[in-house]
Design a protein around this ligand. Sequence first.
Ligand SMILES: [Fe+2]
Ligand SMILES: [Fe+2]
Length: 271
Amino acid sequence: MLKVIFFGDVCGEPGRKTVKKFLPQIIEEQKPDLILANVENLAHGKGVTIKTLEELMRAGITGFTGGNHIFSKRELGEEVFSKYGNILARPANIPETYPGMSGVMIETKKGKVLLGNFLGQVFMEKQFHEPVSSPFAMIENWLASNQMERPIATIIDFHAEATSEKVAFGYFVDGKVSAVLGTHTHIPTADYKVLPGGTAYITDVGMCGAAGTVLGVVKELSLARFTTGAWVPFDIPEEAEQGELSYVIIEIDENTGKASSIQGFHKIVQI
Ligand SMILES: [Fe+2]
Ligand SMILES: [Fe+2]
């Protein structure tokens, strides 16, 4: 049995601190074969840098996924992909001109795991210079083109806003992948389950970041946008006393690639 832990969107310093503080205990208790994280918000809430990615690597995380914000620090993002593009999956359905690969093979003691990242199309802010193409239309080709190294399991981070699109995608690929893990909303959902064909599914894993915020953002700034109607730039707290820690633990049969269990966790913790 392949045991995988996946952390939802890790947001800036408070998110990294939360994960780093609690991961040793989780590793000791769960003895996972593979630890993954969504890092689109890793560097101060937007994008990812080599320094911040290496912080999580030192904590034991070996595979990473992106999202609509992964290239928010474009130059730094390109640097990250040139150094760590083999362990960081970028969205598959953005223009090919962006660096990085949408499917990466993460090594485990039990074999290689294919890790992928797709963006949803519904209610997503425009972040790329071309529209995002349909994840439904491209998933079959994507799966076929990533089989050369014979992965023992396939895990997809489906980064999307609309719950319906995520649920529908889960059913669409049920039995073809080991897990579909929703990210992007930063709010964990309680619908983790194994679908009839053996795909572990959750609509959103949630975030790892500062508690007492609006989705990781300083709450006063978010409130100002809603109450004044003015565009107020967002920021995340530099420091926090409490963190939100959101992750799932999945068990996958490495002989069949099918999941047998998934459980979601969401805790408010002192950091
Ligand atoms: Fe995010
Ligand atoms: Fe996102």
